[in-house]
Every structure is written in C-alpha cells, then in structure tokens.
Design a protein. Structure first.
Length: 363
C-alpha cells in the first residue's frame, strides 16, 4: 500500500463521524509502522477525542518512528480537547501525511509548522480533493460563520414537484428517499417554509439506523404555524426553531411553552430575511442546512444568495400541466443571462432515479 491507499482508509474512517461531530470537521487517522497498520481512529463525537488521539490510543504497538495519515491538518490549540500536534510529538511520530490544510484561523498552517519545528517530516496534499470534499461543510462554516446550505428538489423529468392537484408522494423511489435521509443525517438542520408545514404536516426526522435527528427550522413570517402540528408537538424532543417577522405575544408564549425556539428576523418587506437568519443560525453553531422547500422558499433562498449546493433528484415520470408546481417558484428571471449559474453536475443513480448535484456559482 502507498500513501494514497492509507489516506483513502483514513477518509473511510472519517465518514463514521457523519451526523455526530457537527460543527467540527470529519477526521480520520491511520498509523503505519514497518508497512503495517498499527492504529486507527476517527473523531467520533463533538467534544470528545480527536482522530489522532483515538488512533494513538488504539495502537497495537509503540507508535515511535511511525507514520500517521490524517485527513485534516492536526490542531495545535487548546479547545474542548488538547492539541493533537503535541500528542504526535510526545508519541515520537516520525512522519505526518496530511490530506487537507485546516482553514480554521486557530490552525491554518500553524499545526504543520509546529510539527516541522519538532523535527517531524510533514507531507501535505495527499488525496487533497477527496479530503477537501469530505469537509466542504466545515470549511464553509469556519470561514464564513454561516451554515452551508444544500437545496434539495425531487422532481419529474418535466421539472414538476407535484401534480396539478398538489400531490407529491411519491415522485422518487425508495433508494432516493433513503439517500435524502443520509443527507439529513449529515446536516445540522432542515429548513422548510410555513406552506410545507400547513400542507404536509411533516416531522422532518432522520429515518435511518442510529439516526441523529437534525434541528428543524421553519420560515414563518406571520407566525401561522399550527400549535397542533407535528413539529410543535415534538419540539421538546428535537430542537425546533421558527423564524418570524410579525408576532403574536400569546402565540409566542404558547409556542415557547411547547419547546419551540423563536428567532425574530425582520425585514422591510415583512418576510424573513434569509441572510440574517443564516447569521443567527451560524452563531447557534448550526454549520449546515438542508433546504427542503417548497418552491417559494427555494426561490427566496436563491435570490438571497444563501445556497451553496443544489441536489436535484429526477424520476422517470412526466406530470405535465401548466398549473403543476416546479421546484423553484416566484416570477422567475426575464432574460436568459439572469439565470442562476451552476457548476457541471456530479451524477449518481438511485434505483430508477438520477441525482444531479451542482455547486452554485456566484455571480
């Protein structure tokens, strides 16, 4: 096995932390000595030991003189855990191979410098593209102090998210829906508009094995949310936030008594200011948001410039109909060159469906 092979294993280990470490990064580590893996670890849960320490703790023999492969530059500052650089120095690791540099201002090259100053050989950029992809959420959050937003649309081949009667269950197949739940597990929160609450009464839970339920965020400018909806009824079990502009004191008190967290996010047009909402969510430690609509909220989010990624699940069906909704509402653009520009897609198959994933290109 070569450096890339060991780093691929570290990436595989890092993914075990999905849904458990937010807003921390996903990190995996592999320790190799004399051509054999002697220790492995990953960051398992927020606030607990980092990947490097877990790998050292699981070594089957002394790590002195060994090489450690780690997906992200080791931390060098005191936080909820002591610095990993010092642990590697104390363990007399001879070589450190790193996938991604850490953009966190508290690290940002300082970890590499500290290791080299201690006489440890450091190599960077191994499987960099994969390691960067692994932590695209963390990188955005730590540099912008706002959540990374993924907009999800499930639609027919002709771009419809519901029939003309408003029916949408189920457009996509079971495999696609399971992958949506995997994305829910990855994100800190799910966000919908009040229309979706009233029409569908969803729970927005993560229905997979060992689920980690994300927080639920409802954009509800006029505080219309029903007190008996499932989101309110389960708010004491799963963090639930309602962003509003115009309030009713009595209803606010009733919502808060049921465990709902209220976020006042006003704007001159009387609608929730999504940019300001993202700042508030970032301050709460929410590093990522899965936007699940509906069409009006999708359009508002694109117009506000808060979306980083678009996921489009396409089912091999056609609904037709001028009145059937598309995935993005509003008036739409007038000129072709006013369109929101997207990257070339990554393409995946889930049963009969196709998933297209785009990065949103900034104008």
């Amino acid at each position: 096995m070569n450096d890339s092979d060991y780093m691929e294993r570290a990436i595989e280990l890092a993914r075990n932390g999905i849904g458990f470490v937010n807003p921390n990064p996903l990190v995996g580590a592999v320790i190799v000595k004399d051509g054999h893996i002697i220790g492995e670890g990953w960051h398992e849960r927020y606030g607990e030991a980092h990947a490097e320490r877990n790998a050292l703790n699981h070594c089957t023999e002394s790590p002195e003189g060994a090489t450690i492969y780690v997906t992200l530059e080791p931390c060098c500052h005191e936080g909820k855990q002591p610095p990993c650089t010092q642990a590697l120095i104390d363990a007399k690791i001879a070589r450190v191979v790193i996938g991604s540099d850490d953009p966190n201002p508290l690290v940002a090259g300082k970890g590499i410098e500290q290791l080299r100053n201690a006489g440890i050989e450091v190599e960077t950029g191994i499987c960099k593209e994969e390691c960067d992809k692994l932590n695209e959420i963390f990188f955005y959050y730590i540099t912008h102090k706002k959540p990374y937003v993924i907009m999800k649309i499930a639609m027919t081949a002709d771009g419809k998210i519901a029939t003309r009667a408003g029916l949408s269950k189920w457009i996509t197949g079971a495999e696609s829906r399971r992958n949506v739940h995997e994305t829910r597990k990855r994100c800190s929160a799910i966000m919908i508009g009040i229309g979706t609450v009233i029409n569908d009464d969803p729970t927005l839970t993560c229905r997979i094995e060992n689920p980690s339920n994300p927080a639920r965020i409802i954009c509800d400018s006029n505080l219309q949310i029903p007190l008996d909806c499932k989101l309110v009824m389960t708010a004491k079990d799963i963090p639930t936030y309602v962003a509003y502009c115009r309030s009713d004191k009595k209803k606010m008190e009733l919502l808060e008594s049921r465990g709902v967290h209220l976020l006042e996010v006003t704007s001159p047009d009387g609608r929730v200011n999504l940019k300001n909402l993202m700042r508030k969510l970032g301050a709460l430690g929410i590093d990522s948001v899965l936007l699940e609509g509906g069409a009006a909220l999708h359009e508002s989010a694109l117009r506000a410039g808060i979306v980083q990624k678009v996921q489009v699940y396409i089912a091999p069906k056609i609904f037709g109909g001028v009145s059937a909704k598309s995935g993005v509402g509003g008036l739409g653009v007038y000129e072709v060159d006013e369109a929101y520009q997207l990257s070339q897609p990554e393409i995946s198959r889930f049963g009969d469906d196709v998933l297209l994933e785009f990065e949103v290109l900034k104008k």
